[in-house]
Write a protein that binds this ligand. Sequence first.
Ligand code: AMP
Ligand code: GLY
Length: 460
Amino acid sequence: MKPRNALGVKALSAAFAGHWGLGQGASDVLRAPPMTKRILVLGSGGREHALASRLLDCPGVEAVVVSPGNAGTTLAGLSNLKGDPLQVAREFVPDLIVVGPDALVCDGLVDRLSEAGFLTYGPSAKAARLEGSKAFMKAFATRWGIRTARYVEVTGHEQLSEALAQFVEPPVVKASGLCAGKGVIVAESFDEARAAALQMLSGDAFGEAGKVVVLEERLYGAEVSVHAICDGTRALVLPAISDHKRIGEGDVGPNTGGMGTVGPAPIYTPELARRVHSEMIERVLYGMQQEGTPFKGTMFAGLMIQPSGEPILLEINVRFGDPETQVLMNLVDGDFAKLLASAARGKLESEAVTIAERAGVCVVLASAGYPAAPRTGDVISGLEAASELDSVRVYHAGTSRDPAGALVTAGGRVLGIVATGASLAAARERAYEACALVRFEGMQLRRDIGQKQIDALVGR
Ligand code: AMP
Ligand code: GLY
């Protein structure tokens, strides 16, 4: 581990050794973009902890600050700053800002930070409509010939019966706007679909975000999350990840923000990767460029791979997934800070990183009562022992310090325990070994993260 001081600044010798002025000819120095030494990561989840620690490990990076952060983002050389993002940026003066949560991105924060002169990785508010408005995304995909589930847009309760009549099976009901991950109802009956749509349209369920509803044909198959780092015209696609959304083992019970992830997802064959790249990611980039709203940032395609092998685009997110990122940050080697900075500048340097041959597994440890009513304030122990295991990383999400300084739960998803290994099976075993060392009252975890994916590999 490199020595760092309490303010999150790496030892100066290490910083200067990586400085762009050293070892380069004068003309190279003139042409080279400025070094990324100071990075601000906005957000407070496991995703942001994983991004921040990965970025701090990059050559030349001296300080990474997370705002507002969590108890984990004050450790191992990271630090937190609280306050309005623009004020925090003015105080810290970062060379690069990475915006984590969907709500901040869709609200146009990347535009405001860029206008204030900060190099910011993420899409403009207009490009973020791909996530912020499902109605926009569906119409866009139709315009550019990108395969998504068949859908009908509904803007008033009087249209609902006619719209429902267009489906043979109960459709999936989606609030068009952002609803903190709760705006999708996979209805089991037409009555349930109707009730959900009416509640959304009335504004009772999600306010304005629900006043436009997308009814969508229900699809079956295996879901995968594919992230691409985009600079407006080009994309670097990262390994595909499988999330586990339901709270219960065997994929039962209510949906959550994600109870665990594994990657690379075995179902995602090179042939599928080729098709998704050309038929989806490049088409989205091309279409957005043609419509005058080029897409810079992380394009996170949520795909359904149908039993026939056909990939269908379920959703586009415009930021890193959580807990996908916790695994991804351990599957990409090289200078990730340079990659994001180059994308933000519109000149993607894909060669800054290499995709590792490893596999990774993230098991989420959630609090008692999650997802309906997470309990907070339970004391957490065992993290040091867990993080001392080889190839294990502990990422904090809903954690804080109580007045006595003890580490306590402070949200639904509390921790993400990530292990890597030469195979998914090895990574999984190590991740659960680490989980067994962590304790807090009421801790929930799924013991089947990655099991289905490993079984699929054995069955091949
Ligand atoms: P979305 O926010 O659109 O990804 O939806 C959240 C979750 O709902 C997805 O990850 C799927 O598990 C499920 N879902 C969304 N659309 C469909 C669909 N057309 N068919 C089946 N499940 C879906
Ligand atoms: N894990 C799903 C998401 O971040 O939206």
